[in-house]
Structures are given as C-alpha cells and as structure tokens.
Write a protein that binds this ligand. Structure first.
Ligand code: TXA
Ligand code: MG
Length: 338
C-alpha cells in the first residue's frame, strides 16, 4: 500500500474520516506537530498506531477532541482548574491529564487509569474530528525515536507504505509538541513544556510545579510521571551533544575537534564562520522560529554524513524551555559546559 498524501479539501477530509470510521489510521496536521490518528474507542485501530510507529506498548496516547461535550464522555471528575485552563488555552497546544472513563480502551492509555486530552486549534484537525464524529487518539506521526514530523513530507518519509493516507496541512504553526500537564488533587504539574509556556501557565496557576523529568534524565528503575520521559527521542542518526557557551568558545571547540567527522547545529549566520557541515535552526534571538525549525533541522542532520553533531545552547525562557527539553533528549542528555 502506497501512502496517499492528500490536500485537505472537504472531499479528502470526508475520505479520511471514512478511513477512521473503518478502523484505519490517518496522518493529520495539528498546530504543534503532525499526529497519527485513530478512533480512540476502537482498540484494534489504536493498536495499528503502535504497530506503524514501532511505539513501545507502555507509552500512552493523547486523545484529541473538538468540544467540551466530547470531554465529558472520556473522563471522570473534571477538576475546576481544568475549566480555568481550558477557557484560557483551548483550543490550542495544551494537553491535560485526567482520570479516564470506562469507555476508552486501556490500549489508548497503556493500561493507566489516567488519560491525556487535547483540543487542537488546527482547522484541519478539528474538521477531521467533526466529520468523523470521533475522539482521535494521536501520537506524533514519526517512527518511534525519530524527531516529530512538522510537515506531511516528514510523515511520508517515516511511514510511507505503513499507513493509508496523510492530510497535508502545510508546515505546523508551532513545530513542537503540546505542553502536557498533570492535574493532581490540588496542584498542576508540568510534565512536558511546549508553546503554552511555564510563564503562561503561572498566570492561571501560580504554584504550578515542574516535574524533575522535564530537564533531568530519569533512571531506568525510577518511577516517572509520564512514560514518554523514559524513551529515546528525537534522535538523528549522528550522535548529538549540546555545547553551553558563547559562539566564540563554540567555534574554538569545533576547530579543536575537527578530526571527529563532526557537524554543527547553529543559529542563522554562524554557519558562515565554520568550515564543517552545518544545519541552522533560526535566529539566536527568536525562540519562536527556533521551535518551528528544530525538528526539521534535527532531521536534516541525517543528510550531512557526519557521526557527531555539536549543537548551540538555546535560551531556556518562554518556549525556549520546550526547545531545550527536546534538544537535550536528542542529545541523550550530553551537555558540555565551556
Ligand atoms: O502536540 C502533541 O501533543 C502531539 C500532537 C499530535 O497532538 N502529540 C504528541 O503525542 O506529542 P506523543 O504520543 O508523541 O506524546 C504524548 C506524551 C508522551 O510523552 C506520553 O508519555 C504522555 O504524553 N502521556 C500520554 N498519556 C499520558 C498519561 N495518561 N499520563 C502521563 N503521560 C501521558
Ligand atoms: Mg512523540
């Protein structure tokens, strides 16, 4: 089966919705990254997601909705704080974790009693949910371990022949996966930073906590709040290392290590001062652009033919925290401070 890449006309969205109702999986755009969607009520369809991605069975999926009514069917005991967060950030790149209802098969939540829910703002995603009439379970549409896809072409490169269709909604608006928060009894815990930044969350929940796994490696035998924290992520084929320094120090370091068959991941313009293969990920002072370009740049590293990549350290404020959270995983937590 060759994978069809479809422009999201009404007709093609109706076709994709039909595939979903038949228990098939479909690649869909969202404002964060592309997702691989299936009917969240259909255990067999959900299993096809795990199979196509090669996703570890213990890693739960996010369910996508397009109304608060849909939420009521999927979760139990919605805490007040969820309404506050929803009214501020939904539709948009925020995922909240609730207690799950019995209607959702355990395959979606990898056996957990909690469920991650997100109401995307992307028009095509919302139309697909509307047209299918289904809540859609959808992880990022990459092969497990690879950088998340921010274009339909990335999805095609990873999943061609494995899925019937991809709706091509163009490049994703944000380029990094949604912010994930856990709603515990009386607190909100940030599990994965995203375009809804820590600073933005604090405006609604001043005492929001940041889980240790956001910036630190968790040991294999340590309990994690989110199973995704344990798995290898976002990796190009070359080995990545972050250099925490200014550009002058970075440049010297690269020059001193030139015999390593290395490349560099740098901010715009810096490539002109280095004579090793480079990928760029945006202007040094523009975190929004860096977020948008990060996964594309990590994928582009595969075309450089190098074994090792030294990456510049992003600013970690605002959406920068999300950029660093992804980059540090791509680097297997290897950071050199100069
Ligand atoms: O922006 C996004 O969130 C994209 C688009 C497609 O919506 N989706 C996405 O899904 O990034 P995925 O599967 O690549 O990442 C979901 C993350 C994983 O780290 C998973 O472990 C965590 O959310 N997660 C899902 N359900 C959970 C739960 N019940 N408890 C804790 N963590 C959960
Ligand atoms: Mg993913």
């Amino acid at each position: 089966m060759d994978t069809k890449v479809l422009i999201p006309t009404e007709e093609n969205i109706a076709y994709a919705a039909e595939l979903l109702n038949k228990g098939e999986v479909v690649g869909m755009p969202t404002e964060t990254v592309y997702g691989l969607a299936a009917n969240a009520y259909d255990e067999n369809a959900v299993e096809k997601i795990f199979k196509a991605k090669g996703r570890p069975q213990d890693n739960p999926l996010i369910v996508h909705i397009n109304s608060m009514d849909m939420l009521n069917d999927l979760v139990e005991n919605i805490p007040q704080i969820a309404y506050k967060l929803a009214s501020k950030f939904w539709p948009g790149p925020l995922t909240m974790i609730f207690h799950k209802s019995d209607k959702i098969p355990l395959a979606v939540t990898a056996g957990l009693s909690t469920i991650a829910i997100r109401y995307p703002s992307n028009k095509v995603a919302c139309m697909l949910i509307e047209e299918s009439g289904l809540p859609l379970a959808a992880p990022s549409a990459n092969l497990s371990g690879r950088p998340s896809p921010t274009t339909a072409n990335h999805v095609f490169n990873d999943l061609n022949t494995k899925i019937p269709a991809i709706l091509d909604g163009g490049p994703c608006e944000f380029g990094l996966e949604s912010t994930v928060v856990l709603l515990a009894e009386d607190k909100v815990i940030l599990l994965r930073p995203g375009a809804i930044t820590l600073e933005m969350l604090k405006e609604v929940v001043p005492n929001v906590e940041v889980n240790k796994g956001v910036l630190h490696q968790v040991a294999d035998d340590e309990e994690v709040a989110s199973p995704g924290m344990k798995h290898t992520h976002y990796s190009p084929r070359a080995n990545v290392c972050i250099i925490d320094s200014n550009f002058e120090q970075f440049k010297k370091y690269i020059e001193a290590h030139k015999d390593e068959n290395l490349g560099a991941m740098v901010f715009d313009g810096e490539e002109l001062e280095l004579d090793v293969p480079c990928v760029t990920f945006g202007d040094e002072d523009d975190s929004i652009i860096q977020a948008k370009l990060l996964f594309n740049s990590l994928r582009a590293i595969d075309n450089l033919g190098v074994d090792r990549i030294y990456a510049r350290m992003p600013d970690v404020n605002g959406i920068g925290l999300a950029i660093y959270n992804r980059l540090i995983r791509a680097a297997g937590f290897e950071v050199i401070q100069l």
